[in-house]
Write a protein that binds this ligand. Structure first.
Ligand SMILES: [Zn+2]
Length: 366
């Protein structure tokens, strides 16, 4: 452990508190801190910031990048892991030569603060990282069929039939086809779910502007990006959004375990466009391996139902209305359950995963 000073609860009820704890844990661990204001504000008017903590050689040839909160509300979980990892960090730790660790806290601070999965433009940031050769002008014929059902033009109803209809659709179409039609991303309905944007949004723009400061040029990067909401409760998988080489895959399995990488499991994988990992790998001059560390919470229909209600509440209710508060707290519970058992398990597993990356990847590389 880093020292004998009292340690605080790493989970936070608000973005503001999460940010304060992250900054404090960064200082206590002896890491450097820098903040990148987004120019936006939270519900209470406070400015929002993407925070970065780092340690090691600034000119490192090998970088471990650990990020959280790309999907705003999922930051309540990712922040807790990063804070716990910093609390467990012994300041006297020496990293292997020419290596560096960088933590990005709250990649999408707007969604984190406003309890949304998306950013201030209703953009799902992990569908917005299109490559230069990709077009934003993409019809979404599969999503179009479900938009009225997924995105009703009214406040959320107290008793919703969504789960029943959704369960029927799941039975008829199967999880893979339904996920592909809905969650894979769409660029046609700006108010809808899983909207990938019609241009680069604020999260992508801020990330692209500063990314090189964090990973350098011609470096080797392992990027672990923490997410929740897919898979069995309190279990995790590493999801890939690009084709890795056999050697890269073998290394990941050595460091994180044989069954750690999800390959074609319909419960946890579907093809997306505009994912951050694909953009990073293709834009980096060195070797870049991105894994989405996805931790399960609730079943897919509960997740979809909560996303749908929150979108309705965000569009049609005011923050002081009970329907708003209910939809927001339900979304938070869906992506960061309050259950002490769930929290204890994901903290152990998530900090273990970071530790495995530090011990396996940093000295060895791909
Ligand atoms: Zn996510």
């Amino acid at each position: 452990m880093s020292d004998s000073s009292p340690q605080f609860d790493v989970f936070s009820p608000s973005y503001l508190e999460a940010r304060a704890k992250f900054c404090e844990a960064t200082t206590r661990a002896g890491w450097e801190h820098s903040g990148y204001p987004t120019g936006e504000t939270g519900p209470d008017g406070t400015p929002l910031t993407l925070d970065v903590a780092s340690c090691g050689d600034p000119d490192a040839k090998r970088v471990l990048l650990v990020s959280s909160g790309l999907h705003g509300v999922e930051g309540y979980f990712g922040s807790a892991l990063q804070i716990a990892a910093l609390q467990n960090w012994a300041p006297e730790t020496t990293l292997p030569p020419q290596t560096r660790i960088v933590f990005l806290h709250g990649l999408n601070p707007y969604g984190f603060a406003w309890i949304r999965r998306v950013d201030s433009h209703n953009i799902d940031p992990n569908r917005n990282f299109l490559l230069p050769e990709d077009s934003f002008d993409r019809p979404a014929p599969r999503y179009r069929r479900y938009d009225r059902f997924l995105n009703p033009n009214r406040p959320p109803a107290p008793f919703d039939t969504f789960r029943w209809i959704g369960a029927a659709a799941l039975l008829i179409l199967g999880p893979k086809r339904l996920a592909q039609a809905i969650a894979a991303g769409q660029h046609e309905y700006p108010d809808g779910l899983f909207f990938g944007g019609q241009d680069y949004g604020p999260t992508q723009t801020l990330y692209a502007a500063h990314w090189k400061n964090w990973v350098g040029d011609d470096t080797q990067v392992l990027h672990i990006d923490f997410h929740t909401g897919l898979g069995k409760s309190a279990t995790w998988k590493l999801l890939l959004d690009t084709q890795l080489t056999d050697a890269e895959l073998k290394r990941l399995q050595e460091w994180f375990g044989e069954g750690s990488v999800a390959r074609g499991d319909p419960e946890v994988t579907y093809e997306t466009s505009g994912s951050i990992g694909r953009w990073c790998r293709s834009s980096h001059s060195g070797r870049y391996v991105y894994v989405c560390a996805e931790f399960g919470t609730f079943d897919a229909l509960s997740v979809l139902s909560a996303l749908r209600s929150e979108n309705q509440a965000h569009r049609y209710c005011q923050p002081d209305e009970p329907a708003w508060k209910h939809a927001k707290s339900r979304l938070k519970e869906i992506f960061c359950p309050a259950s002490p058992v769930w929290r204890g398990k994901v903290l152990d597993e998530g900090t273990g995963l970071i530790r495995q990356a530090v011990d396996g990847y940093l000295p060895q590389g791909f």
